[in-house]
Design a binder for this molecule. Structure first.
Ligand code: HEM
Length: 527
């Protein structure tokens, strides 16, 4: 009985708890259901009423940006979107408010200099928090007026004559590069992680033209301080967060516990240390007869005191390194990978180079630029494997964008083109656009000079490897000089072959189309 009399009390409490708990569970369940219904209705109404609904694309992409985030996670972004264009045509909806266009005839409209076309928020997460304030640089600043203000003091330093003035620095680093390769890898039975070395060269090259000092990756033959790996992470962060830019405020810009990519503090420290040494006259590396970008930027403080202070100089220095090293390394790696895999192209390039460039010393820029097949190979590499292989998003200005099919994309929508996709447009480059063939850039049999000129003008409109318009790559002259000088120097100095002619390199197609591999045998030149 006792147990019977105690039992009901316990049961009563238990039952009450169950009833209350059940009621709460019901309420919670109802709340979850209501929220899901509201969310679904919101998605459904947005989907149904979107002015972009008429454009084809994967079903999920029209509903949520998670679809495109997933494509970035998969690291096969450019090729995936290209396949969608093959299926749906030149306009593909890849987000609720985003169209990817394969319409080279519109490049000069979307990427122009009139200031009306603005970069989307995709770019904003490539910024830093300085003294508690989010700070943008030339690449991440979306406001065109502010961007023009930042660019004005330094743009002339990237002109061909200014870049050419740094050739003595380039020669120094190129000489060291070939000497190190000779020392370490030119012996019998040795293979060289050539792809990695092109990365070390690209970083040390920029170190030397930027502040007359290498980082030391070539000397150590390794990413000894992890900077190259951190650089990769920060570019991946840009690509991933850029699909839903608000996530950056919860991750990297979160004031409580920032969860962004590791920052390249060692490069920042090096930039600050170099600036301080230069300003205090203790910089032992600097020779006033050999200008570098640090010197140019310090001069900008006098020419534009209202814009450039010491922290702006550090910003310019960092952008040189972050925007310029991997992009150029990707281009050089791709150039060697595709040409070495194609014996006809390799032989033609090697013959041309060896007929004009002396081995064992840096190729003079003027001589290298006079080699037509080298030029064709570089152009084809930039077309076939552009370092930036994602959509370069812009916001359609008020008034809309008229498409060739007669439709008008309304103002406020996001649109853009991807250098990888436009570069393989068959209407422009022909049915073999998916093949690597530098000869396409040469004058064809029976083609008049005028016809060649027209063809090149057309092809240049589809060349977005360096972007276009007011936001075109600032460092393009510098990176081209870097490539045009080192490639013939290497070919003139070494017999180069892939250690495994069937090598399939590792690749990751996100904002940068990164690659690893190109393992080579380097032997002192015989022929
Ligand atoms: C092969 C090498 C390179 C390639 C393929 C490349 C590609 C690009 C592309 C496509 C853009 C435009 C992005 C957009 O509009 O969304 C860009 C912008 C930029 N690049 Fe490069 N780049 C290269 C090398 C360099 C170098 C060496 C530097 C500097 C030393 C540099 C500095 C910049 C800067 C500052 C911007 C932003 C320009 C602006 O918005 O005003 N790049 N680059």
């Amino acid at each position: 009985m006792a147990s019977a009399s105690q039992g009901p009390a316990w049961d009563w409490d238990w039952d009450l708890a169950v009833v209350i708990g059940g009621a709460q569970t019901h309420k919670l369940g109802a709340l979850v259901l209501a929220s899901a219904a509201a969310l679904f209705s919101w998605f459904f109404i947005s989907y149904q009423t979107s002015p972009l609904k008429r454009y084809p694309g994967p079903f999920l992409a029209g509903w949520t940006n998670l679809w495109r985030l997933w494509q970035v996670v998969r690291a096969d972004y450019g090729p995936t979107i290209k396949r969608l264009h093959e299926k749906y045509g030149p306009v593909v909806r890849i987000g609720p408010n985003l169209l990817d266009l394969d319409l080279p005839e519109l490049t000069r409209t979307i990427y122009n200099t009139d200031g009306k076309w603005v970069k989307s928020d995709f770019y904003k997460n490539s910024s830093s928090v300085i003294n508690g304030k989010i700070t943008y640089h030339m690449f991440s600043e979306t406001d065109n007026v502010e961007h023009a203000r930042m660019k004005r003091p330094v743009v002339r330093h990237y002109s061909v004559p200014s870049v050419l003035a740094t050739e003595p620095h380039m020669d120094k680093v190129i000489q060291e590069f070939i000497d190190l390769l000779q020392e370490r890898y030119a012996g019998p039975g040795k293979t060289c992680q050539f792809g990695d070395w092109l990365g070390y060269y690209a970083w040390d090259f920029l170190g030397i033209v930027t502040f007359s000092k290498k980082f030391g990756y070539m000397d150590k033959g390794a990413d000894f301080d992890g900077t190259l790996a951190i650089g990769d992470k920060s570019i991946d962060y840009l690509a991933l967060c850029g699909q839903m830019p608000w996530t950056d405020y919860w991750l990297d810009k979160n004031p409580v516990y920032p969860l962004g990519p590791p920052n390249i503090s060692n490069v920042t420290n090096i930039a600050v240390a170099n600036l301080t040494a230069r300003l205090t006259g203790t910089d032992k590396n600097f020779d006033p007869a050999k200008p570098d970008f640090l010197q140019y930027f310090i001069e900008s403080k006098s020419t534009h005191p209202d814009i450039v202070d010491d922290s702006a100089v550090v910003g310019y220095l960092l952008l040189n390194l972050i925007a310029g090293a991997d992009t150029t390394a990707i281009t050089m790696r791709a150039l060697f990978y595709y040409t070495l895999k194609n014996p006809r192209v390799w032989k033609k390039l090697q013959d041309e180079v060896r007929a004009h460039i002396a081995p064992g010393k840096p190729a003079p820029h003027a001589q290298a630029r006079a080699l037509p097949y080298l030029e064709a190979v570089v152009r084809e590499t930039l077309r076939y494997h552009p370092s930036v292989s994602m959509i370069m998003e812009r916001i359609v200005p008020a008034g809309g964008l008229a498409l060739p099919d007669g439709s008008v994309v309304p103002g406020g929508s996001h649109v853009g083109m991807n250098p990888y996709i436009v570069g393989r447009n068959k209407g422009i480059f022909g049915p073999d656009a998916d093949e690597f063939d530098p000869d396409r850039w040469l004058q064809r049999a029976g083609e008049s000079d005028e016809a060649l000129r027209d063809r090149m003008t057309l092809w240049n409109t589809a060349n977005l490897a360096f972007g276009a318009g007011s936001r075109i790559c600032l460092g393009r002259n510098l990176s081209q000089m870097e490539v045009y000088k080192v490639v013939p120097t290497l070919i003139a100095t070494f017999d180069i072959e892939l250690a495994d002619p069937n090598e399939v390199w590792w690749s990751s197609a996100r904002w940068f189309y990164r690659t690893k591999g190109v393992v080579c045998n380097l032997r002192p030149r015989r022929g």
